[in-house]
Write a protein that binds this ligand. Sequence first.
Ligand code: ATP
Ligand code: MG
Length: 213
Amino acid sequence: MSLLLPKASGESLTLGIMGGTFDPIHIGHLVTAEEARQQFKLDHVIFIPAGTPPHKDEKTISSAEHRYLMSMLAVVDNPYFTVSRLEIESKHPSYTVDTVRRFFEIYQEKLNLYFITGADAILDITTWKDYKELLEACSFIAASRPGYSFSKLKIILGPAFPHIIKKVHLLEIPAMAISSTYIRRRIAEGKTIKYLTPEPVEQYIYKNRLYIR
Ligand code: ATP
Ligand code: MG
């Protein structure tokens, strides 16, 4: 996997990784990643489009190459952002724990890893493969997302899983009720998506006639 090299030998690297379907990537993802980078002093944020997402219907999502290329277009102007092909090149379904293991194989003990998610995704964490190992290995940054309150997160996870709450950092971001689903629906309805995603991504969607029913 060609990724980033540690800053200097012996020096630790603090990485944020953000997994998702990114069909398409949008400003909700980008604002979340940038805010996490600054608040948690991350050296880099790596977006990792999922190959075969275990929770989504394969037939209805765009190809991995489309989702990877749109993610690349979205990050070109940010020197701290990168996109990884790790999961899209995997022949197996993508599980976060496998990705995290792979990062530790590469960077070994020099790595501080933060997994960035929206508050919605973190609510299901106890259903994720080997989630206890995952919580040992990395911390989580859970960004606020309309419809998913932090208090709900604490109520659901707190009493039963106090170890989870300790590893989850809450990140307040400007509320954006925007999702990839919303963008896909707008395209299908012939509505504008201007400013919801970076312009090169918008152009890519039109050029490749994505999301038109
Ligand atoms: P879909 O509607 O297809 O589910 P999505 O917008 O939720 O798409 P994903 O690719 O599923 O995007 O999400 C990747 C990660 O980004 C998840 O952790 C999700 O919670 C987070 N995320 C997506 N949109 C936002 C947003 N507007 N604010 C905060 N986090 C977000
Ligand atoms: Mg989602």
